[in-house]
Design a protein around this ligand. Structure first.
Ligand code: DAT
Ligand code: MG
Length: 152
């Protein structure tokens, strides 16, 4: 896969537990490019739209409440080779009890309802999520100095 973009969000538990730097470092150190980053408390409308695919699930309302709790999230766009699939591997399985211990969820989380982080699961969802959380003008186009050493 060529260079692509993924939407990654540190959820309120990750911010409250002060894991932002550690999580950002995983993507940075792997060689991915930070295209956008901001912290915000999403509106219920934004959280509901972000998780609209799950609106019929029993945990949907609780999920929206958690994301909109008032403790901010850190919304990011990362770019690079196969970043959608590799981002999911960095994040780990949805249920932290099943996540690889080397993944973010496997290292830092124990509950599916407090699993620290979101990452887009496909090109279509990445496109939807980036458009939902960011304006075009917030997405930076630049070349990291290490890029040629990462992107052979
Ligand atoms: P992922 O975040 O790994 O993409 P998902 O898209 O299926 O997983 O679900 C979105 C979030 O919803 C997930 O990160 C945590 C929550 N969730 C999923 N399944 C759940 C469950 N069985 N009980 C409680 N929360 C759940
Ligand atoms: Mg998902």
């Amino acid at each position: 896969t060529a260079s692509e973009r993924s939407f990654v969000m540190i959820k309120p538990d990750g911010v409250s537990r002060q894991l932002v730097g550690k999580i950002v470092s995983r993507f940075e150190e792997r060689g991915y490019k930070l295209v956008a980053i901001k912290s915000l408390t999403p509106s219920p409308a934004l959280a509901k739209e972000h998780y609209s695919d799950l609106s019929a699930r029993p945990f949907y309302n609780g999920l929206v409440k958690y994301i909109t709790s008032g403790t901010p999230v850190v919304a990011m766009v990362w770019e690079g080779k196969d970043v959608i699939k590799q981002g999911r591997r960095i994040v780990g399985a949805t249920n932290p009890q099943e996540a690889d211990p080397g993944s973010v969820r496997g290292q830092y989380a124990v509950s599916v309802g407090r699993n620290l982080i979101h990452a887009s699961d496909a090109f279509e969802s990445a496109t939807k999520e980036i458009g939902l959380w960011f304006d075009e003008a917030e997405l930076s186009d630049y070349e990291p100095i290490a890029w040629p050493w990462v992107m052979a």
